[in-house]
Write a protein that binds this ligand. Structure first.
Ligand SMILES: Cc1cc2nc3c(=O)[nH]c(=O)nc-3n(C[C@H](O)[C@H](O)[C@H](O)COP(=O)(O)O)c2cc1C
Length: 359
């Protein structure tokens, strides 16, 4: 089976076509693993019983200095939980989620009770295997404010999306994103920790079934082929330079709007999970109308890095000028727009590789 990006190749891409047919509690895991995660770290593991599913953080799958307080890892776990909630009715199940049943410091991030229900197919559930991060150019076309409002609706979740559309604020945020990307490239530890999740070859992708790939960078086809053939592009400095350039010339230049996920306390595990659920709901809703989305978190990564290293909060001060009183509530950021090209599927470890049966 193909997807919006074309024919799927390689075992690492199989989970995208396998999800729709996976049923029962295993089917919920098959949906969860299609969630986005920082650098495609897939920081999850699951245990299942006859009528329950537990979601755990995987302590081996972290990004070091890029995510020193594991904010992004927890956001990804929230996105995986949202996929379970959205997928359940399509798999004739109903779920009751308890977040952090053992407290904020435990690896167990959600306990999910599962019961049979009538099957209900929804556009959001259908979007799960069609959702991809899109790092390519977006068309020079605005996104209607009513559509942004619909896509950003938080429903029952205690988090909110603020849209940054006004050209002045958009370009100030774009400049800060470029500068933060450059600062990360110039920071040896962050550069190394980020690059450790880059998979430069088909063999590396199939061996790991995770991480960032050339195919996922949204490059035009001839550039993509060249990037795979020229080994120099597989070096850390080349990859960093290419990322900063793409951020300046494509990601920020063609963003129609930025979405800022705001929560009461971005350092709270509960708020991180809730904000991650909302970010994923936004991405799935955007997918139903073919609107493209790319998470962009270099600003918060720099702010977290400065705070942990006890350095002056230059990035935080610039963010405060743009977002005003919302700045301390920023959990994560993304751009949206109408895509010039569809996003491509990224590799995944299979559901059976991350689940253990327990009772
Ligand atoms: C919390 C979080 C942070 C992310 N940060 C970025 C980012 O700063 N830049 C980016 O291009 N992608 C970012 N991503 C997207 C991931 O790299 C992407 O989800 C992953 O590579 C898997 O690809 P997929 O979303 O197409 O399935 C982020 C995703 C999550 C969940």
């Amino acid at each position: 089976m193909g997807n919006a990006a074309g024919v799927l190749r390689g075992a690492g891409l199989h989970p995208w076509s396998a999800e729709a047919d996976a049923q029962g509690i295993f089917g919920l895991v098959a949906a969860a693993i299609l969630a986005p995660s920082p650098h495609n770290t897939q920081p999850w593991r699951f245990t299942t019983g006859p009528d329950w599913l537990n979601v755990y953080a995987d302590d081996a799958r972290v990004m070091g200095t890029v995510d020193p307080e594991r904010r992004e890892r927890t956001i990804a776990l929230g996105a995986a939980i949202e996929n379970v909630v959205v997928a359940a009715p399509a798999k004739a199940l109903t779920v009751a989620v308890t977040l952090l049943p053992d407290g904020p410091d435990a690896d167990l991030v959600a306990r999910i009770e599962v019961r049979p229900a009538h099957v209900e197919l929804t556009p959001l559930a259908e979007a799960i295997p069609n959702r991809h991060t899109n790092r390519g150019p977006f068309r020079a076309e605005a996104v209607a404010p009513e559509l942004l409002a619909e896509i950003g609706a938080a429903g029952d979740l205690a988090a909110a999306v603020r849209w940054i559309v006004e050209p002045g604020a958009r370009s100030a945020l774009g400049e800060l994103l470029v500068d933060a990307a450059q600062a990360i490239a110039d920071d040896d530890a962050m550069s190394r920790d980020g690059y450790s999740w880059f998979r430069p070859s088909g063999a590396a992708i199939e061996a790991h079934r995770d991480g960032l790939t050339v195919d996922g960078q949204g490059l035009a086809a001839p550039v993509r082929v060249a990037a795979k053939l020229v080994p120099a592009l597989a070096s850390r400095s080349m990859a960093d330079a290419a990322w900063v350039k793409q951020t300046r010339t494509v990601h920020t230049r063609t963003a129609a709007a930025y979405g800022a996920v705001l929560v009461a306390d971005p350092t709270s595990r509960l708020d991180q999970l809730t904000g991650g659920r909302l970010a994923q709901r936004v991405h799935l809703t955007a997918t139903t109308v073919d609107l493209a989305l790319q998470h962009m978190n270099q600003i918060t990564e720099r702010i977290d890095r400065d705070r942990v290293a006890g350095r002056p909060a230059g990035t935080a001060a610039r963010l405060a000028q743009i977002l005003g009183p919302d700045a301390p509530h920023l959990l994560c950021l993304f751009r949206v727009g109408w895509p010039a090209r569809p996003g491509k599927a990224s590799p995944r470890r299979a559901a059976h590789q991350v689940v253990a049966h327990d009772g």
